[in-house]
Unconditional design. Sequence first.
Length: 184
Amino acid sequence: MMLPSNLMLISMVTIVVGTNRGNSKSAELAKFYEKSFNEKEISCQVLDLKVLPSDFIFTECFGQRSEQYAQILEKYVINADKFVFVLPEYHGGFPGIVKSFLDSFSGDLIAGKHAALVGVSSGRAGNLRGLDAFAGVLGYMQVEVLANRPKLSNIEGVLKGGVLANAENLAKVEKQILQLISII
């Protein structure tokens, strides 16, 4: 689906898989978002946090920076205008790995940019509390967070083979994507 030229103002969207768990539904949903952006001819990239160095919390924080990690930040944070954070529910919140990732760099790298959040859970609330808490963290970092935050409950039943099988959830995600790409 081609978008009107006035909506093609984004140079890059980074879709962040908010967990480092292998074969996660969050990673599967991130690929769904990537496909949707590509169909709209919007440049995007997926940052799966499982590719971060296993010791980054100790080696890449507080001003220390390896060349490898600097390249990750350049590609996925500095060069991105907008973000989608796919956040699974972990113990009523969001995974610590995504907070540690944000803590590993200065808020100046992300301040003033825009973010869309989507919650994923096996239960019924779609990570409602985790999305609220994460929005607070991003707000503190001066990131503009979309109010529209799809909460995808019972994710094993609605995301099958990389496709959202539920029309209501599909409509919510599609609306969010269009809102994000229309922000100037």
